[in-house]
Design a protein around this ligand. Sequence first.
Ligand code: GDP
Ligand code: GDP
Length: 441
Amino acid sequence: MALPVVAVVGRPNVGKSTLFNKLIGKRLSIVEDTPGVTRDRIYAKGEWRNRQFMLVDTGGIETSTEDVILKQMRQQAELAIERADVIILVTDVRCGVTADDSAVANMLQKSGKPVILAVNKCDTIGEPPMELYEFYNLGIGDPYPISAAHGHGTGDMLDALYEYLPEDAEDDDEDNIKVAIIGKPNVGKSSLVNRIAGEERVIVSNVAGTTRDATDTVVENEEGTFTLIDTAGIRKKAKVTERIEHYSVLRAYMAVDRADVCLILIDAAEGFTEQDSKVAGYAHEQGKASIIVVNKWDLIEKDNKTMREYEDKLKNDFSFMSYAPFLFISAKTGQRVQKLFSLIREVYLQNNIRISTGMLNDVLAYATTRVQPPSDKGKRLKIYYITQASSKPPTFVIFVNRADLFHFSYQRYLENQIRSTFGLSGTPVRFVVRERAKDEK
Ligand code: GDP
Ligand code: GDP
């Protein structure tokens, strides 16, 4: 069974992000200082008393112009109602109950989903403040006084949450490759899912309580089992406003977070657009393997050079993820749709690869003999050691004498050596450079 989804909703500035970070626990790992991984995650795993859940910050991208707050909260709440199994509504004790809080509480209550009411910024330990009682008026049960900043009260709140978390939920099994299908409205996301569903064996997973995956399609074929995460729902409700645009992007981000592999769909007739680079950039930053899928290839008048030229142009547009393979398909005619699965599997395995330290250092020794590391003012870069710290994406830690001597071009050279030796052509990889005095080695 997939992990239950717990959504955090509430007005801007009540402390949603602070609570989110508190609940997922700041995991200080060796990869944390990886440059380029700047954007906050929207989904993260949390755990309380041995029950796991996926926490989602629906406030992930919000602006706080007064007149749009309510509208935005409604959309947040809608998204939470649609996707989450449990919802945490965060309010601010210092503001009391606001009209926006009431409006959203109403929506949440009508949905019938379990809601936990957190009253944040109750910073003093001891008796809850008098102001707390006013929050009973929201009509969604007991308010839990918490201080997201200090952590007070979050235990009691999590105990309440615990009651709604299934006992036996676990992260989806390893063999099931999760594939996000992302791209602008009308590129053919639903058509692709339908085409695949028409040709492959569709497994209807009827697990009680997992309403969140209503739009997922699970298929099985000789390449394995795949869960297709369709983000097409986006367009159905959307009118063309900027705010809704934000939310369609947020949904795409949520799909990316859940996925192992992202299919970035481009409309062949339209070509690359800014919005494509935004979502693809997020997939890249999150270290996901991606495939750039050019759909509607049937619409293009072709000669023998067309595909090559088209690919060259797209390669330029997607230069920030030069590792991503291309596939030209037609969801309409089914052309090359079959090829998708072996490619998905391939990039998935690359993204998950574990390379032994011994093998890595063999490559390092060979590479540094072939091309000497750079030097500056008589000081030469020494690379002592390389090891893989994690996978998804493959992340390598390199210990050197002086990081400033480790120029980009030489890093690129090493990266290419590693990529070609281990066949890592379809996944992002990361390098973390650490300085170390020689005797520490
Ligand atoms: P969001 O917009 O709802 O995500 O709110 P943030 O998490 O960004 O928090 C908004 C502001 O409230 C920040 O300045 C936080 O430092 C502050 N804040 C969050 N939680 C608490 C808390 O428990 N106590 C106090 N005093 N301030 C808090
Ligand atoms: P979504 O919004 O990304 O889910 O896009 P849809 O799957 O709803 O497709 C949008 C439109 O493009 C529909 O009219 C489809 O019939 C059409 N379409 C989708 N895939 C193809 C394709 O491969 N070739 C052509 N010619 N049309 C397609």
